[in-house]
Design a protein around this ligand. Structure first.
Ligand SMILES: O=C([O-])C(=O)C[C@H](O)[C@@H](O)C(=O)[O-]
Ligand SMILES: [Mg+2]
Length: 414
């Protein structure tokens, strides 16, 4: 093994960036979103980038894995997975497949970035080759307050009714050119969210639409909404909780059901398929163990006749680059991918130029690896935010309760 491919260290930098007050079924986004940036360095000084979660437990796990990476080849992804599985006692049930996937993904993406740099090929080539030159994303709309309590309104303003949602969609589509729309629901009683979808349909007659209430509804409510929006939505995402619950809705729903909540690891696929719980799986390489494993998820979805889309959480450009390579190389990922990027674009750690939306899609980077470069000054600034912001774990419910002490977190709510 040459020193070019041997891992010397993994530098993990937690960061915090500004996040608007985006509402969801759990509560509301806090003023800061947490993330971490990983830099994998080989003995020869080649650096691979990755972007992952920033909660303390995840950071502790990455720190525990770090010494076990020394000397490992960046090509030894199977060994990497086994090392992490053994370290965290996956077989004994001490870590779920989901959490193991989160840890593995953080390092795997950086390994692929190095592999691409060594081979002078983009990551999409390492995943089987791009089948599309650019990857369409959807306008990811949120109900939101005008600004955080005690702060000035942000540039997006409030979106608390159908008019506000349509105005937000218009601004996002004007800025980025998105050709499909997702509304985060589960915030207001279903009738109001149905009205918002109808308003979007009227304002954007040709844009495919989706609604995602994050399991805020009972089985009965889910079916009522599915029937009310039959012919209007391309899919309904996670209307209710759990594989059996989704299966019960799917059995009578006129709309396809999608999920990024009840199928988030490979061991969820057999029961979901057996019960017919979902028709579309939203992959997410940050959950599913990295880019190669999420590419495998694409093959499984194809095998079982499931559609494929892509989930996101608050993220920056390293994740956007990784998502773009993955979606480009996954032939059956035919839905426009979710992205939170418009909500955080102002704080990106990636140097400008590599990732630009053209008509709502990102042209697949063609440079070696992920094709993006880290801006060390921005990284330092965002790390300073992390040190001073006081947040260590996402807590949408806790924040909402501080603003509105009567907020009840239990789901389903309607
Ligand atoms: O599709 C989803 O479920 C998400 O994007 C999950 C996120 O946590 C979203 O609900 C958010 O950012 O509030
Ligand atoms: Mg979702």
């Amino acid at each position: 093994m040459t020193t070019r491919m041997r891992i010397k260290d993994l530098v993990i930098t937690p960061i915090a960036f500004r996040d608007p007050p985006l509402l969801n079924a759990d509560g509301v986004h806090e003023p800061w979103a947490l993330r971490s940036i990983v830099q994998l360095v080989t003995e020869d000084g080649v650096t691979g980038l990755g972007e992952t979660f920033g909660d303390t437990l995840h950071l502790e796990r990455l720190a525990a894995l770090r010494p076990h990476l020394t000397g490992l080849s960046v090509y030894a992804l199977g060994e990497l997975y086994e090392k992490a599985a053994t370290l965290f006692d996956h077989a004994g049930g001490a870590i779920s497949s989901f959490d193991l996937g989160r840890v593995h993904a953080a390092v795997e993406v950086a390994c692929l970035d190095v592999q691409g740099k060594l081979a002078d090929r983009p990551v999409s080539d390492l995943l089987g080759g791009a089948v599309r030159d650019s990857v369409p994303y959807s306008a990811y709309l949120f109900y939101k307050w005008a600004g955080h309590p005690d702060a000035e309104p942000d540039e997006w303003g409030a979106a608390l009714d159908p008019e506000g949602v349509v105005a937000q969609a218009r601004r996002m589509i004007d800025l980025y050119g998105f050709g499909s729309i997702k509304l985060k629901g589960g915030v207001f009683p279903p009738d109001q969210e149905i009205a918002a979808i109808h308003a979007l349909r009227e304002a954007f007659p040709d844009h495919p639409l989706r609604l995602d209430p994050n399991t805020a509804w009972t089985h009965e409510t889910s079916l009522e909404v599915a029937r009310a929006l039959d012919g209007v939505l391309e899919y309904l995402e996670d209307p209710t909780g759990g594989i059996p619950g989704m299966a019960r809705v799917a059995a009578a729903s006129p709309l396809p059901l999608a999920t990024n909540m009840c199928v988030v690891a490979f061991d969820h696929i057999p029961p979901a398929v057996a019960q017919g719980a979902v028709q579309v799986v939203l992959g997410d390489h940050h959950y599913w163990g990295g880019l190669t494993r999420t590419r495998h998820l694409g093959t499984l979805c194809d095998t079982f006749g499931l559609g494929m889309s892509m989930h996101s959480n608050s993220h920056l450009g390293i994740s956007l680059a990784a998502m773009t390579h993955l979606a480009a190389a996954t032939p059956n990922l035919t839905y426009a991918c979710d992205t939170h990027y418009p909500w955080s674009a102002q704080d990106d750690v990636v140097r400008p130029g590599a990732l630009t939306f053209v008509d709502g899609a990102i042209p697949v980077p063609t440079g070696p690896g992920l094709g993006v470069e880290l801006d060390e000054d921005v990284l330092a600034r965002l790390h300073e935010n992390y040190l001073t912001c006081g947040l260590r774990k996402r807590d949408d419910t806790g924040y909402m309760r501080r603003v509105n002490p009567d907020f009840e977190a239990g789901l389903p709510r309607w």
